[in-house]
Design a binder for this molecule. Structure first.
Ligand code: FAD
Length: 386
């Protein structure tokens, strides 16, 4: 046996799993086809929105809060600063999925949110062009996280705890009764349990599981404030936001580096990517039309043409939820696929849960919405009635 645990794919979820497994004193090897914090997967672009309350449900919010604690542990152990709290602003009508979802999760969990009525929203955040009837919710424990720095720091801490990293593409994952074989071109490794966190490549590595994952194209864009409007977009004036408007869900971050103000849209309509290794870094003009329009219509103090843009990928499930758990038919595997375009913030917790599952077979987190078996077709039952 080469190690107790193998982690395949060291992006957001896998790097965290490597760190958290090694921090528990277990022998662990990680496998990554590119370098630490590379720009070929789903985790590049210098920033990701962090929220402690998400409208999707209490389980995701619990993961986000567990992650917040782990990001602070990472900072304390490494001396780096990866999570920056600017507060988070969510804008929409009271009955929109965003605002109603936040209100519901807040009521279920007791997590505190601040509500702004329409007049207060307009007064405090004039950068956002809002429509009559819009209100806002502020989550004080929100902001942004630096993805490449987080990943590189997780590798460093994991290695300080004794983890090994193999720079190789994994060609095949073969679960056996008492171990898992991890095949690379150079040699085959045998580990007790394998955590598979291959992002957009997950379905290629696990073709025998009905995970129903679809990698989709997404893009990243940054915009400059118009002349003399710079002060409106500092971290103090312009919190991380999500805004449901003009039929889109837009999000953005303040200006904190030379790339300037990052604005994006939920990208569920991006085209399907057949080969994630061939995803383009360049962005074509037509791909930016929607986000340019969103900026022009809702953020009039930004120039509507982006000054930087780049290609990225998100990995979707049919219900747009994460896939985290041990598949019933393969108890030596742990599947970590937390994307649907919003998984970076929780990735420290997703990795921690992966470490628990790999080492003990169970997790302290409620993973009920994330089962890797939920898309398995139900077996036919003779004579069944409704
Ligand atoms: C444009 C955009 C904006 C986003 N905005 C936000 C946001 O604001 N907030 C937020 O929380 N989330 C956001 N997300 C989502 C978040 O970035 C993803 O959920 C997260 O990065 C996914 O991490 P992952 O570990 O699943 O994938 P990745 O980080 O891509 O990691 C997978 C890794 O596996 C490796 N790998 C794959 N196959 C193999 C193999 N065969 N052998 C060896 N290595 C392999 C890959 O090289 C890669 O390093 C955004 C995503 C995009 C694209």
């Amino acid at each position: 046996m080469d190690a107790q645990v193998g982690v395949i794919g060291l992006g957001a979820a896998g790097s965290a799993a490597l760190w958290r497994t090694a921090a528990r004193g277990a022998e662990v090897i990680g496998f990554e086809q590119f370098d630490a914090g590379h720009d070929r997967g789903s985790s590049h672009g210098f920033s990701r929105v962090f929220k402690s309350v998400t409208p999707q449900g209490p389980q995701e919010s619990a993961l986000a809060q567990r992650a917040a604690g782990l990001w602070r542990d990472l900072e304390a152990e490494s001396g780096e600063s990866v999570l920056h709290m600017t507060g988070g602003l969510s804008i929409g009508t009271p009955d929109s999925p965003l605002i109603a979802g936040l209100e519901k999760v807040s009521a279920e969990t007791g997590l505190e949110l601040e509500y702004l009525d329409h007049a207060e929203l307009r007064r405090r955040f004039p950068q956002h062009l809002v429509t009559d009837g819009d209100i806002a919710v502020i989550d004080p424990a929100s902001g942004y996280i630096e993805p490449e720095l987080s990943i590189r720091t997780e590798w460093r801490l994991a290695q300080a705890h004794g983890a090994r990293v193999v720079g190789a593409e994994v060609l095949e994952v073969v679960p056996q009764e008492d171990s898992v074989l991890i095949v690379t071109a150079e040699r085959t490794y045998e580990v007790g349990t394998a955590i598979v966190a291959a992002g957009a490549w997950q379905r290629t590595l696990l073709p025998f599981l009905p995970l129903n994952l679809t990698p989709r194209r997404a893009t990243l864009s940054w915009f400059a404030p118009k002349p003399r409007k710079e002060a409106l977009f500092t971290p103090e004036a312009f919190p991380a936001f999500t805004h449901e408007a003009i039929g889109e869900t837009g999000w953005g971050l303040p200006e904190f580096d030379d790339y300037r103000v990052k604005i994006g849209l939920d990208f569920t309509e991006g085209y399907e990517i057949v080969d994630p290794s061939a995803n383009k870094k360049d962005v074509e003009d037509w791909e930016l039309a929607r986000v340019r329009n969103f900026v022009a219509e809702t953020l009039p103090d930004l120039e509507p043409t982006p000054i930087h843009s780049g290609g990225c990928m998100i990995t979707m499930t049919p219900d747009e939820e994460f896939t985290i758990g041990i598949p019933a038919e393969h108890p030596r595997l742990v599947v970590l696929s937390a994307c649907s375009g919003r998984g970076f913030k929780m990735s420290a917790a997703v990795g921690d849960v992966g470490a628990e599952l790999a080492l003990t077979g169970a997790s302290t987190a409620d993973l009920s919405p994330f089962s890797p078996d939920r898309f398995t077709p139900a077996p036919l039952t003779i004579g069944a009635t409704k």
